[in-house]
Design a protein around this ligand. Structure first.
Ligand code: SAH
Ligand code: SF4
Length: 452
């Protein structure tokens, strides 16, 4: 049975048909938000084939993997020390913990029975005792014509609410909060990617919660409210599942992570940071290739400032407005933590050499995109005294959200004004727009929810 999803038209006014294979109808309302995927109005839209010119089947492919895990204890999400403790409890030597961690996070072995470094009898015993790998799995894949992929990822035990993750080969053309400025500056990537791969660098946009409690007025995710926090394993597992799909070789391939999917990472602080430690310590990634974005949760930023540099990603702040008055209107959280309080907390971070704070700025037509706003933002950024850059994101519309997209010339003028004032400024280019891969549009289906 082939099901057809009719997506809401955006920007160019196109309506998109997507063939969704065998998926259950209640799963079909997924929209993607990823801050890396803004539909930037930068005149580069021509690189995309017009949506209406493409046959529907070309827009989205869908793989559905049946998940049949029963109730069990997941190993994925435990670090080496915790795995070792479990092994000791099971009467095994400590080093079995290291062996397990190696298999789970480095070799990315999919199930306990396939960990061939463990004796067969031990594998069988672990399985009989209810131990399972429990690694989050990709259960649906949406592919864009530009190579971007959006995934629904299911946690251990087939958690009812799946998570959204986005893969963007070739990053998003350099600077965009993905931590990499190399492409933007025309530099060659440091390391060559493994032969046979169609990409030389990539960015993965990771979710930290299902839904979000912060209630930014322009964001579709906010409409869900907070459904639940993701566990450390579910956050890190998104990355490992995507690595597996694209045969990413850690230490060789250049992959950046941005925690800019669904949710507010600093309102799920402990799990978020535990996932970073897993990704650094167990998977082997550098925190300097990770960027976390926050709406400005001051206690979270203060804790973040205390993290040791070896486990601290780079930071992006969703500024989104030129002053407290406008910001409080579009981001009610500003009434609790106004701009200066956020900036003061950010000043507490000991930045690495050449590290900069990213200020993300969503351009809302007529609301935050006026020329005087650009001047005000430049003054604000300079006043912070922080080494900083600004990432401009043209607002992506969503149903029931009463804002307008900015005019392309307003976006360009804004960019030029900021840059002219000496503020390093970047505009995100659109990625994956044919699969609803646009910032602020990720309102993943809550199963059974048809409010989209
Ligand atoms: N909750 C965190 C991270 C996820 S949101 C945060 O707010 O920072 C990531 C980025 O997407 C934020 O900068 C946010 O301002 C932006 N965003 C949200 N909705 C958007 C929309 N409709 N169009 C463009 N950007 C949007
Ligand atoms: Fe939450 Fe970020 Fe959306 Fe605000 S912009 S509602 S903080 S996900």
């Amino acid at each position: 049975m082939g099901l057809v999803q009719r997506g809401a038209g955006r920007g160019e006014g196109a309506e998109t048909d997507a063939v969704l294979g065998e998926a259950a109808p209640e799963r079909l309302h997924g929209k993607t938000k990823c801050s890396m995927l803004a539909q930037a109005m930068n005149g580069k839209n021509a690189q995309f084939a017009p949506l209406e010119a493409l046959p529907p089947g070309a827009l989205v492919h869908l793989d559905v993997v049946q998940v049949s895990e029963g109730s069990s204890t997941p190993l994925f999400g435990l670090d080496t020390a915790a795995l070792a403790a479990r092994m000791i409890e099971a009467g095994e030597p400590t080093w079995r913990g290291r062996q397990l961690a190696e298999a789970i996070y480095r070799q990315r072995v999919a199930d306990v029975g396939s960990i061939t470094t463990l004796p067969k009898a031990l594998r069988e015993r672990l399985a009989a005792e209810g131990w399972q790998m429990g690694r989050p799995r990709i259960i649906q894949v949406f592919q864009s014509v530009d190579g971007t992929e959006r995934y629904l990822v299911q946690g251990h035990d087939g958690a009812a609410q799946t998570v959204e993750t986005v893969w963007m080969p070739e990053g998003d053309e350099g600077e965009s909060g993905d931590g990499s400025e190399e492409a933007a500056e025309g530099r060659e990537p440091e390391a060559a990617t493994g032969a046979g791969k169609s990409w030389s660098r990539a960015t993965i946009c990771v979710s930290s919660q299902v839904g979000c409690a912060v209630n930014c007025q322009f964001c579709l995710t906010a409409k869900l409210g907070l459904q639940r926090n993701l566990s450390a394993g579910e956050i890190a597992g998104q990355v490992v599942a995507v690595f597996d799909r694209h045969s990413v070789e850690v230490g060789r391939d250049r992959v950046n992570l941005v925690f800019m999917g669904m949710g507010e990472p600093f309102l799920n602080y402990d799990n978020f940071m535990a996932s970073v430690r897993l990704l650094v310590q167990e998977v082997g990634l550098s925190p300097q290739r990770m960027t976390v974005s926050t709406s400005g949760i001051v206690p979270g930023i203060e804790r973040f400032a205390q993290e040791p540099p070896e486990f601290r990603p780079k930071l992006a702040i969703s500024l989104n407005a030129p002053n407290d008055e406008v910001r409080a209107e579009i981001m009610p959280i500003n009434r609790k933590w106004p701009i200066e309080a956020v900036v003061e907390a950010v000043r507490g971070i000991r930045l690495r050499p050449r590290e900069r704070i990213t200020f993300e700025y969503v351009l809302l037509g007529g609301v935050t995109d006026r020329p005087e706003h650009a001047k005000e933002v430049a003054r604000l950024v300079r006043r912070t005294g922080l080494p900083a850059k600004v990432n401009l994101i043209a607002w992506n519309p969503g149903p029931g959200i009463p804002y307008a997209m900015p005019q392309p010339d307003a976006v360009e003028r804004f960019r030029r004004t900021l840059a002219g004032e000496g503020v390093p400024t970047y505009l995100r280019r659109p990625r994956g727009r044919d699969i609803y891969a646009a910032c602020g549009q990720l309102k993943r289906t809550v199963e059974g929810d048809s409010r989209v």
